[in-house]
Design a protein around this ligand. Structure first.
Ligand code: HSE
Length: 293
């Protein structure tokens, strides 16, 4: 079982993420036989599903000649920026690790799970899988070798997710193509300022720094056509005293960081009134890492 997550958190594109307890995927992995390598996916093509694709690549890498069946029970809505594909892959590689008794450490599990992202978005990115594997607030501090660290954020923060009724086929791939390939040094420095503010704010519990830091100047702007309602949701949430607001991963969902002083009911009302937006609003907490039963 692995939870949903929000990646990026504003200025931390492909680096930061947080797991949420609201949605979960369950993945069952069974060994059917030995002698040759084969991965089957119950009800689907194993090469286009993140869970079975990650299992295949992990088995290849570990040199195991087994036939395996992967069964995915989706609880996380797909295509909405909630780390759905990453959670399936995280649950699958953790289950396989347990089944084979491979003793693979959590950083390596993230590495295997992130390969699964190729099956859904065309490129491997570690942020969602890092949150689903490790749980809580995470930062990917190295890709080669892969390293994830936990960010010691205040425990009493609540997460509000605005999840639009809006599905775009191949959305993550498209959203990744919209990210600028080059940025100016000025924009880079501004982004680093915000990222620093966010990280220092989260780890020291300084609300103002989190608020100032959770503002992206590079990726969210470039992707705005995918979630044109975002500026209005953001404005409303900040007026209702949210701690911070960002697009959840590649969108279109929005993550609002809240505490006891945030008027969550007011945010719900505002969201209902935004024209052109039909969305569910979930109030949830920071989620735990992957679990194998
Ligand atoms: N960091 C990734 C992106 C997350 O924003 O493209 C995608 O789920």
């Amino acid at each position: 079982m692995a939870h949903s997550s929000s990646a990026n958190l504003g200025p931390g594109f492909d680096v930061l993420a947080v797991a949420h307890s609201v949605f979960r995927d369950e993945v069952e992995v069974r060994i059917l036989g030995e002698g040759s390598l084969k991965v089957e996916l119950a009800g689907g093509d194993p090469l286009t599903n993140t869970a079975s694709y990650a299992v295949l690549k992990m088995l290849e890498n570990l040199g195991h000649k087994v036939q395996v069946e992967v069964r995915v029970r989706k609880g996380i809505p797909a295509g909405l920026g909630l780390g759905s594909s990453g959670a399936s892959a995280a649950a699958a590689v953790a289950a396989l690790n347990e089944l084979l008794g491979s003793g693979v450490d959590r950083n390596t599990l993230v590495k295997y799970a992130m390969v699964g992202e190729v099956a859904s978005s065309g490129s491997p990115h570690p942020d969602n899988v890092a949150a689903s594997v490790v749980g809580g607030w995470v930062a990917v501090t190295s890709v080669e070798p892969l390293k994830v660290v936990s960010i010691p954020a205040p425990r009493d923060y609540l997460l509000v997710l605005v999840v639009p009724d809006l599905k775009l086929e191949g959305k993550t791939k498209k959203a990744r193509e919209m990210v600028p390939r080059q940025i100016s040094m000025e924009d880079h420095v501004e982004s680093t300022r915000r990222l620093t503010s966010l990280l220092v704010g989260l780890s020291s519990g300084n609300r103002e720094l989190v608020r100032e830091g959770m503002r992206d100047n590079l990726v969210e702007t470039a992707r705005l056509p995918l979630f044109p309602f975002y500026p209005e949701v953001r404005k409303s949430a900040l007026e209702r005293n949210a701690v911070g607001v960002c697009v959840s991963g590649a969108g279109p969902s929005v993550l609002i960081l809240a505490d006891r002083s945030t008027d969550v009911d007011g945010i719900r009302d505002d969201v209902r009134r935004i024209s052109g937006l039909r969305a569910e609003v979930y109030l949830t907490e920071v989620g735990e890492g992957v679990k194998v039963e």
